[in-house]
Ligand binder design. Structure first.
Ligand SMILES: Cc1cc2nc3c(=O)[nH]c(=O)nc-3n(C[C@H](O)[C@H](O)[C@H](O)COP(=O)(O)OP(=O)(O)OC[C@H]3O[C@@H](n4cnc5c(N)ncnc54)[C@H](O)[C@@H]3O)c2cc1C
Length: 796
């Protein structure tokens, strides 16, 4: 399906010399047995755009190609039976408005009218999405291939790719069982076989097949083909009409990885054995929701393997380290619904050389090689399939595949009741339990059980001193004669600072969007230490190396796993550190945004006077083997200063109050620094990548501005993804949220969009509300940080 869509779109965009290779028969991999559900709404704007485009394409494809794909816009219905599920549906409906997808919340009675065989006595309500539909997956794939062929693509079946050819970091073609094919670009869209293809050319493509089940009844009274696609996520089932019968499928919380040593190359138009035992629960649930199933006979059991990734998002983009090799695989049960859009945006990415919208959530560069470990994948994917229907809790953490990357302090922090979360494999303390609480988060959309622990850590940082394990930061050493000139070209800010100085800067694409924001420390005339977000290790490494010219003398080395980072933050940070170092820590001797190698007790560390929480503090980079020494030294020296362990939830709320943006949430390749209010970190006196677009934007004015929002009501929580209303009209949504314990209310960031350039008064002279689960709460909007430690006051 996905390969066909890419060929279709490449030819549609004008590429003529396209070959599509299939090792067996077209669509015989996972595609042919898919249930054919096509939904438009996803959890992010970009993913929704992908699926919306798919629906647009599928509605018109038969007319274009003359091939019947069975497209029927039957709509879809999601029933909710718990209070939390209804809150989630309210949140979904509120966001969908912003994404341009119609979602109506309807009563159980209306749900019954749409799906007359439903049982509704335990249903509280439902969401109705009139534009969703269904399709016959095999025919859709064939129609896309036909469309590609009509524009000159060659489609070859029974040709197996055995190897990827490459030279000097560029792909040059493929070797097949029938000889080589030279190619300037290669796309691996081999479904569950793609991981194996990646291994052969050193590309990390972490995916693994999972068994996915559905059954189809024999003809059933009252069933008809145009029944909407139904979902009961609380019961982990979906259902739809299939001719005169009913299809019932499952997304169980824990599913079965397909235990194969190697996926057989000839597995085409085949299924795995029916597993009625595993399907017993969904069947019971199906009979509950559709009582007519009690007496139904079943004509078909589909047990189809399909590939899942560690985070339930598919994998797209150019392989880091191998230019012009693209990947589109790991479609986690949404490959039919997403294929149209995924094909279009991948084709655009190939042609333009960079994604044409923010595709970070599916970007291949989010995975480091550790994520390709088979034992890890087999464990993790069992949890992933069920995520489609589990409650989308704001801070839900994975339960499987944990403990992959640990800081040396892990056991120390665990012993002090850390509740860990995971970011790019790193176990990081989110919060520390106290007062008899277990370090286990109880999820909800409101305040969660850790609220008071978070408050204590937040306040300790503002009022005393806290210690943060930030080891997951990505860290690179960039060294060579030309590093300064390369960085000047890639960074918006001036990096030519004296040795020992730090710089905060963004790196931008040609559109002026933010590819990354990072901290650089000039450690020698021709050397920088680069510190960036935990999730961006491969992405930023790739961005810098791909933008370094071969003739430039500059070498980038990833040292993430060599150093532990401890943040020592708060007004007492100087007192504390002063007790365990001989170095003068006064403001004049150790100014803000500078760095020195210092001794702290018996540990030797690189101390950087910097903060992401908005307080006096140092980030201490220590070799992993001295991390415990450093931690113990600080903890025992700080006892009487009330030194407190603090976690990443505290970092989030503290940085929001101080107005510090987070890449991946408040900043993305679609957001420019001018829109994000980061113009102060641009040095306009020099050329840099993205400058032309930014200059244009500066001249014309920005039509979206990042604001910080604080609720008037101190009670509710904000998590991100809540719609923002300005003077009663929807203008954007929150990109991140938390509870600001210093400002005394929930706090968030988000973009306000407008059709005209936005001036400060447009933001200031307006009334704001945030839609939380269907109810609007008044909020104040700030263009500058609402908390200012220098003036030690809250600007409310
Ligand atoms: C039971 C079930 C129900 C599903 N229901 C839905 C649904 O309702 N909606 C939805 O959106 N998604 C659904 N899915 C998911 C969907 O089927 C997949 O996401 C989608 O088919 C993936 O398409 P693909 O092109 O990536 O993979 P595939 O269809 O597997 O295609 C990959 C192709 O690459 C070929 N190939 C591999 N290696 C090589 C090689 N070395 N040389 C040449 N060719 C090679 C394979 O033979 C294969 O044909 C369902 C999946 C299952 C199992």
């Amino acid at each position: 399906m996905v390969g066909c869509s890419i060929a279709y779109h490449l030819t549609k965009l004008g590429w003529k010399d396209v070959v599509l290779l299939e090792q067996n028969q077209m669509a015989g991999g996972t595609t042919w047995h898919a249930a054919g559900l096509v939904g438009r709404l996803r959890t992010t704007n970009s993913m929704t755009r992908i699926n919306k485009y798919s629906v647009e394409l599928y509605s018109a494809l038969e007319k274009e190609t003359g091939h019947d794909i069975g497209w029927k816009q039957v709509g879809s219905l999601i029933v909710g039976r718990s209070r939390d599920r209804m809150i989630q549906l309210e949140r979904t409906a509120a966001m969908s408005e912003r994404f341009g997808v119609e979602v109506r919340l309807v009563s159980p009675q209306i749900a019954l009218e749409k799906w007359p065989l439903l049982r509704i006595d335990d249903v509280r309500g439902a969401a109705w999405l009139p534009h969703d539909g269904k399709v016959i997956p095999k025919e859709l794939a064939l129609a896309l291939a036909k469309g590609a062929q009509s524009r000159g693509a060659i489609v070859l079946e029974n040709v197996r790719v055995q190897n990827i050819r490459h030279r000097d970091g560029y792909v040059t073609g493929v070797e097949t069982d029938q000889g080589p094919i030279g190619a300037q670009y290669v796309v691996l869209a081999g479904g569950m076989w793609t991981r194996e293809l990646g291994l052969r050319c050193g590309v990390t493509i972490p995916l693994y097949p999972v068994e996915h089940h559905y059954v189809v009844t024999e003809p059933l009274a009252g069933a008809f083909d145009e029944l909407p696609v139904g979902r009961d996520p609380d019961l982990c089932i979906y259902f739809r009409g299939e001719g005169q019968a009913v299809m019932l499928g499952a997304f169980q919380n824990f599913s079965k990885a397909w235990m194969v040593e190697k996926i057989p190359a000839g597995f085409s138009y085949q299924l795995l054995d029916p597993d009625w035992e595993k399907f017993a629960e969904p069947l019971k649930n199906g009979k509950h929701r559709i009582p007519a199933l009690e007496t139904a006979r079943f004509a078909k059991f589909v047990n189809g393997p399909e590939s899942f990734t560690p985070d339930n998002n598919f994998i797209m983009g150019e392989a880091p380290g191998l230019r012009n090799l693209f990947v589109a695989a790991g479609f986690n049960s949404v490959g039919i619904a997403s294929a149209g859009g995924a094909g279009k945006y991948l084709a655009e990415w190939m042609i333009e050389g960079e994604p044409t919208l923010d595709l970070w959530s599916v970007d291949i560069r989010r995975f480091s090689p550790w994520a390709n470990n088979l034992a890890y994948l087999r464990e993790r994917v069992t949890e992933v399939l069920g995520l489609h229907y589990q409650m989308a809790w704001p801070n839900r953490e994975f339960e499987t595949g944990r403990g992959m990357l640990k800081s040396p302090l892990h056991e120390r922090l665990q012993a002090q009741n850390a509740c860990f979360g995971v970011k790019n494999g790193w176990e990081r303390p989110n919060w520390f339990a106290h007062g008899g609480l277990q370090p286990i988060a109880e999820y909800s959309f409101g305040r969660q059980n850790w609220f008071h622990c978070h408050a204590a850590e937040h306040r300790a940082t503002r009022e005393g001193v806290a210690i943060f394990d930030q080891t997951g930061f990505s860290k690179f050493i960039y060294k060579g004669r030309d590093v300064t000139s390369v960085l000047q070209r890639l960074c918006g800010n001036n990096v030519d600072v004296p040795v020992g100085h730090a710089i905060y800067t963004g790196m931008f694409n040609e559109r002026g969007g933010t590819e990354s924001d990072l901290t650089l420390i000039r450690t020698a005339p021709a050397e920088y230490l680069i510190i960036t977000g935990s999730a961006q290790t491969i992405r930023d490494f790739d961005w810098i190396t791909r933008n370094t010219k071969p003739e430039e003398h500059a070498e980038l080395v990833d040292v993430t796993r060599a150093f532990c980072v401890l943040g020592v933050m708060g007004p007492n940070a100087r007192d504390l550190l002063g007790r365990v170092t001989d170095v003068d820590l006064s403001h004049s001797a150790f100014p803000f945004f500078t760095s020195q190698i210092i001794g702290v007790g018996k540990a030797t560390v690189r101390a950087v006077r910097i903060t992401y929480v908005g307080e006096l503090g140092w980030e201490l980079h220590v070799p992993m083997d001295q991390a415990i020494e450093l931690y113990d030294t600080l903890m025992s020296a700080g006892k009487d200063l009330g030194i407190t362990n603090a976690g990443h939830y505290a970092i989030n709320s503290l940085r929001l109050e101080k107005g510090y943006r987070a890449w991946g949430a408040d900043l993305s390749p679609d957001d420019t620094p001018l829109e994000a209010g980061l113009g102060f970190a641009i040095d306009w006196s020099k050329p840099f990548l993205g400058r032309n677009a930014l200059e244009q934007q500066k001249k014309g004015g920005v039509k979206r501005r990042l604001v910080i929002l604080i609720l008037n009501d101190p009670e509710p929580m904000l998590w991100g993804s809540e719609p923002i209303h300005r003077n009663g009209l929807p203008v954007g949504y929150t990109t991140s949220g938390s509870y600001g314990h210093t400002v005394g209310s929930a706090i968030a960031m988000g973009y306000v969009n407008h059709s005209e350039p936005i001036i400060d008064d447009f933001i200031k002279a307006a009334q704001y509300e945030i839609n939380i689960s269907g109810r609007k709460y008044p909020a104040k909007a700030f263009l500058r940080a609402p908390y200012d430690p220098q003036r030690a006051r809250i600007l409310l």
